[in-house]
Design a protein around this ligand. Structure first.
Ligand code: GRF
Length: 209
């Protein structure tokens, strides 16, 4: 079994593309002392990302890196990794980061990249997970925090939370119900990492007492 992170404060980077509500939840958990982490840097692939603005307001070093300015995914990720290193980030939390992570980042941060997905994986990976769940007609959905591997939402699962799907739900109401749980399980998963309690056994994540 591999320990995912030794006990100790996380040196965290956040990668985000959008509004940044998961970033908010992580930031507030750290501010309030529920999460032993320092957010060292935030990187966005979208200039207009609200997460970027929020990081700047919070005096967290924040960068927009435009993927279009690089010739390849590897070239882009080499730049991301160099920023992460410069800010001494040891763990990377993807928080609504809308790109598939490639081999440059995966090699540098093996088992140290975490993502949150708004469905109970392995159901409904990829985009529009809440719409996929509604259209499929499941009675329960939820969210998943998982380690990132080379696949699309396929890595080892750290934590999941279930929510009911009601007959009168639409994408917005279901997304809101799921989001509330995302905002809990993301920092809780990261805190388990900070406590040195997460171990990887094959593709199972074991939480030690
Ligand atoms: C969340 O639903 C998350 O699960 C998914 O993208 C959304 C990001 O929302 N990966 P926010 O930017 O954190 O508000």
């Amino acid at each position: 079994m591999i320990q995912i992170h030794p006990a100790g404060r996380l040196k965290l980077a956040v990668l985000a593309s959008g509004r940044g509500s998961n970033f908010d939840a992580i930031y507030i958990a750290a501010q309030e002392g529920r999460l032993d982490a320092d957010i060292k840097v935030l990187i966005s692939d979208k200039a207009e990302s609200l997460a970027l603005q929020k990081a700047r307001q919070r005096q967290i070093p924040a960068y927009f890196l435009d993927p279009k300015a690089y010739g390849s995914k590897s070239a882009y990720e080499t730049e991301v990794v160099s920023l992460l290193r410069r800010h001494q980030a040891e763990v990377v939390a993807l928080a609504g980061y809308m790109r598939l992570v490639g081999k440059v980042m995966l090699e540098e941060y093996k088992h140290r990249i975490v993502n949150i997905h708004p469905a109970l994986l392995p159901a409904f990976p990829g985009l529009n997970a809440q719409r996929q769940a509604l259209e499929y007609g499941v009675k329960f959905s939820g969210c998943t925090v998982h380690l990132v591997d080379e696949g699309m939402d396929t890595g080892p699962i750290i934590m999941q939370r279930v929510v009911p799907v009601y007959d009168d739900d639409d994408e917005d109401s279901l997304s809101a119900r799921i989001l509330e749980q995302e905002h809990q399980i993301y920092w809780q998963s990261l805190q388990l990492m900070a406590e040195g309690r997460l171990y990887l056994d094959g593709r199972r994540v074991i939480v030690k007492a």
